[in-house]
Design a protein around this ligand. Sequence first.
Ligand code: SAH
Length: 277
Amino acid sequence: MAPHPRKRFGQHWLRSEKVLQRIVAAADLSAGDRVLEIGPGQGVLTRSLLEAAEALLAIEIDTDLCRALAQKLGNRPNFLLLQGDFLELNWQAILNDFPAFQNPRKVVANIPYYITGPILERLLGTIGAPNPQPFERIVLLIQKEVADRLCAKPGSRAFGALSVRVQYLAECEWVCAVPPHAFFPPPKVESAVVCLRPRPFPAVVDNPRQFETLVKLGFATKRKMLRNNLKSVIDRDRLSHLLEKLEVNPQARAEDLSVEQWVMLSNSLTTPCAPTP
Ligand code: SAH
């Protein structure tokens, strides 16, 4: 019998064929693709991915589910299932023994919502240390509220520090909204599918730590003007001057700046002022 869904592991089984097809289509798989799936659960998505990918590595924390999955799909030669916590497991090292699964370039997953932030960080890296081997494409089914932030445009309500941090690292595209009844058991929140395409680096930010501080402070009190939120780090006159140079309204709030403008603001702080003659 199928194991009972476990709340503490964020288990909600996808049961909508339509959503499944949208996820697989967004992954744009071709025969040579190696794919990573986080939290395969009972294997609905896993099964579809196995049909389309060259190799699929899946990492599942729940030992009972792993046992059931191994019975169901263990005979597929292009399937490798690892039991463990995705946030802790050094799967790259394990793959040394499984060369056919090394270096997956795509991630496709219906992830447990309670660790969305840490999963994003593991996949993308951080502003200070972007993943040196960025994935080609990351398709995730996540909580809608987070998806809204990842895909938000500057100037909109949902645009926040998370939007800047993630959009700096990846292009974020909305795929579709997913209602609670697309799962069993239905989660309490709405969901959505997003497709992230990590940007190639070297990074353009001169001083990543300063960039992170600026974004954090800038968004600290959302309704306040940027020049008030940043007054502890940039002198008001200097900030007005910089904003003018970036063609940003001096009364702008944090959410009015695009990612490029945040980068330019941060970089212009690292450029030393020209000495006065
Ligand atoms: N992909 C499946 C299940 C989604 S539910 C489906 O679409 O139906 C989330 C899955 O992630 C569950 O199977 C849960 O056991 C697993 N999971 C939760 N925490 C995890 C972790 N830290 N590492 C790996 N898998 C995890």
